[in-house]
Ligand binder design. Structure first.
Ligand code: WQD
Length: 338
């Protein structure tokens, strides 16, 4: 059984390819390398000993997507990561996000809709909840009007999948991620942000290694214990394993609904200052940071209620924040040592 992983050379995609191969799946990767390096393929192979079949395809090209599926009729599962994901960029260039994140999804589903059965795992995000009224956040929390075109593409993407699954033999699981961080313990793959990192953890490690002058902490006047925002930081390997468990649920036809939704987090919230402290403890380095004004669009707090993902999917995060920060730091040191 072949499994297609789109965006399979990206941060979460590459870690998921490793875990799929570890579980014996035959993995095919599509990536247009817009936010990933071809060398990630070597990293995956170094870890698992198996080089995944790789196609450099831009999923916005409808003909290429249809040609791929015509040449690969045995694809029975798709884990769809390929998408643009920078919140700020999406505000400046919404059509780039609507075209890239939604056209590609439609073309994939058009190639699955006539199969006797197709299994589809979608990379969604806790961003669909906006600022949820209640912590920890359950899957029943209301979907809030999106704060960015990026977040809107996740909401619309979920609706496109649901509408399609309801009238075809596509069975889907939507995984709403919280904040993925860290890197593989082998230090062969990890996060490779393009340009100046938008996310907290890569900015921390790049500051510590001397690539960035100073970390700006976006506000300490929020209604939290130390005034900084709270998030649910999940080790990327734990997140990758959640995808494998979700795929196995679909492949073994254990799903009880055509579309199932899971919040994938640790269930623990950590503030920005707590993340900085965790980093300083595991690295032994004092981080140079300053408090600045709030960042537009940030929510005060978001962390997952993990009851459903534990009880239904049988998955739980294993790594602690410190372990995740240590893996991120090891990776930063490795890629800067080249
Ligand atoms: C975390 C906290 C910032 C950078 C976004 C997307 C989400 C997902 C993950 C794609 C916030 C603070 C950050 C910095 C800071 N994206 N921060 N200084 O915004 O929770 O989630 O990335 O899958 O969909 O919404 O993550 O890492 O950007 O920010 O103080 O230089 O760190 O204000 O409180 P976020 P983040």
């Amino acid at each position: 059984m072949q499994i297609l992983v789109t965006g399979g050379l990206g941060f979460i995609g590459s870690h998921t390819v490793v875990e799929l191969q570890n579980k014996g799946f035959d993995v095919v990767v599509i990536d247009n390398l817009s936010n990933a390096s071809i060398h990630v393929l070597d990293g995956i192979t170094a870890i698992t000993g198996k080089k995944p079949e790789f196609y450099n395809i831009d999923l916005r090209d409808k003909d290429l997507v249809f040609d791929f599926f015509n040449q690969n009729p045995d694809i029975e599962g798709v884990i769809h990561f390929a998408a643009s994901k920078a919140v700020g960029e999406s505000v400046k260039n919404p059509l780039l996000y609507y075209e890239n994140n939604l056209n590609s999804l439609v073309y994939l589903l058009q190639n699955l809709q006539d199969k006797a059965r197709a299994n589809f795992i979608f990379s969604s995000s806790c961003t669909v909840y906006g600022q949820a009224a209640q912590m920890p956040i359950t899957e029943n929390a209301p979907i809030q009007p999106a704060l960015s075109p990026y977040g809107n593409t996740k909401q619309i993407g979920e609706e496109i999948i649901t509408d399609t699954a309801n009238v075809t033999n596509i069975h889907a699981i939507l995984l709403r991620y919280f904040n993925p961080i860290g890197s593989h313990p082998s230090v062969q793959i990890g996060e490779l942000p393009n340009g100046v990192p938008q996310n907290l953890v890569p900015f921390i490690t790049q500051t510590a290694i001397g690539l960035r002058e100073q970390l700006s902490v976006y506000g300490d006047d929020y209604d939290t214990a130390d005034g900084t925002c709270i998030r649910d930081y999940i080790h990327v390997v734990d997140l990758a394993k959640a995808h494998v468990v979700a795929l196995e649920r679909l492949v073994h036809k254990k799903n009880t609904e055509k579309v199932e939704i899971f919040n994938v987090g640790t269930g623990t919230g950590s503030s920005v200052l707590e993340v900085i402290s965790a980093f300083e403890e595991v690295s032994g380095k004092k981080l140079n940071y300053k408090i600045v004004e709030r960042r537009e669009g940030d929510v005060t707090e978001a962390y997952a209620n993990t009851d459903k993902v534990h009880s239904v999917l049988g998955w739980k995060a294993e790594s602690t924040l410190k372990q995740a920060m240590e893996s991120a730091w090891l990776w930063e040191q490795k890629i800067r040592s080249k």
